[in-house]
Write a protein that binds this ligand. Structure first.
Ligand code: GLC
Length: 405
């Protein structure tokens, strides 16, 4: 599918609001699945992915499609377990699919960043409070992570690299025998999937082969818990979010300028400077940290670039601008970083938003793209790259003045 209609795109400019909206709408309409969600991509990613769908909620809202926003969020909780655990994949289209792999029908037995707290808060801020069942499901999902996934450090553990959404991040390299290699890592991820220890509902609880509490994932748990508690007035959730944010704040490394992971990789690959680790800024504004993060995101020898922030710091030996999770720009991370930065430096947020929109457009709304050329990588087009419309309107200043609220 060509989101531009008659060709177009290419590095060199920002789309008009009308052009971008039309391309995003065409893509999301084409990706809509009758069961009630937008597939990330029609053929590469036909199932429902948890954090993707939470980002789609924001895009549907921007398109004025409130019913679809509400429906997609509630469908994501369809395979939720009694424990509160929310699968990272929902097979509602074909519930028996991959039952052999996960040991349960209709969903996977691992999760993903709980972006539903933010999705709920954005719906409420737009004047569209979700149904009580959705608020209860979101609360149970966060409680599962906070209560059942607690690492001795006080942070929350993940059970598999896939749970972070950042599958091949160099943060996991110490877990790849002999150092990172694409094929070896693929085999390792499969092996680690077979080692996940699950509870009675096939809900992942631990993994002896991968006991990591990543900075980026924890930032998103704390952020989403705060967002949800702000809507529901759940004091316990708010306190837990603050405590978690405090534990994360202890992981700031002033020499590196990033938040570091806890677990077996703490002194090794868990310190590699990645964009997702900088999401700590969403919940930790310790003195000097925002300025340090902003500097890196804009500095062309760090994460800066003409088409959005690089996924890995350019000075890291693992930085590879064309490799999955090892250098390219990821739009959902760029969106979150813009949000994190906006409270500290609106100018920096605007610069990041504009460069990311330029990249999204040049790439044909790709899943991720080359940080220097904007060449599209992965699945093209990809639904979450509709976030470019949100970035464009809220932070990049491209909306016609007469339409600004
Ligand atoms: C890839 C990404 C993951 C995403 C999924 C669907 O697996 O690594 O973060 O959720 O694709 O888009």
């Amino acid at each position: 599918m060509d989101v531009f209609g008659k060709g177009g795109g290419g590095l060199g400019g920002l789309p008009s609001d009308a052009e971008l909206e039309a391309a995003v709408r065409r893509m999301l309409d084409a990706h809509w699945v009758a069961e009630g969600y937008a597939a990330p991509h029609q053929t590469v990613y036909p199932w429902q992915w948890l954090w993707d769908s939470c980002f789609h909620v924001l895009v549907w809202l921007e398109l004025g499609e409130v019913e679809r926003a509400q429906r997609e969020l509630s469908v994501a909780f369809g395979p939720q377990a009694a424990s509160g655990f929310v699968p990272h994949m929902n097979y509602v289209r074909d519930p028996g699919f991959h039952e052999d792999l996960w040991g349960r029908r209709d969903g996977s037995s691992i999760t993903q960043p709980p972006m539903y707290g933010h999705a709920v808060a954005e719906l409420v801020r737009a004047g569209h409070r979700p149904a009580d069942e959705v608020l209860a499901a979101a609360t149970a999902g966060l409680r599962f992570l906070l209560d059942r996934r607690r690492h001795p450090s006080g942070l929350v553990r993940v059970c598999h690299p896939w749970e972070t959404g950042a599958d091949d991040s160099p943060r996991w390299d110490d877990h790849c025998p002999g150092g990172f290699d694409r094929d070896r890592w693929r085999a390792t991820k499969d092996r680690l999937a077979s080692m996940v220890e699950t509870g009675p509902d096939a809900d992942a609880l631990a993994n002896p082969g991968f006991d990591v509490a990543p900075a980026g994932f924890n930032a998103l748990v704390a952020f989403n818990a705060r967002e949800l508690a702000g809507v529901t007035g759940d004091d316990r959730l708010a306190v837990d979010a603050d405590v978690l944010a405090g534990h994360l704040a202890d992981r700031w490394d002033p020499a590196l300028g990033t938040w570091t992971d806890v677990g077996p990789t703490a002194d090794g690959s868990g310190r590699v400077r990645t964009a997702d680790a900088l999401l700590g800024l969403l919940v930790d504004d310790g003195p000097g940290r925002a300025a340090r993060v902003v500097d890196q995101l804009l500095d062309p020898s760090a994460h800066g670039g003409p088409v959005g922030p690089t996924g890995v710091h350019r000075a890291e030996p693992s930085f590879d601008p064309g490799a999955y999770w090892r250098g390219p720009v990821w739009p959902q991370l760029a969106y979150l970083l813009v949000r994190a930065v906006a409270g500290h430096s609106p100018t920096a947020a605007a610069t990041l938003a504009r460069s990311t929109v330029a990249g999204a457009w040049a790439s044909g709304l790709a899943e991720y793209w080359d940080p220097d050329t904007g060449a599209g990588l992965g699945a093209i087009p990809q639904s979450w790259t509709g976030l470019a419309l949100v970035l464009s309107r809220r932070w990049a200043g491209t909306r016609p003045p007469e339409e600004r609220g």
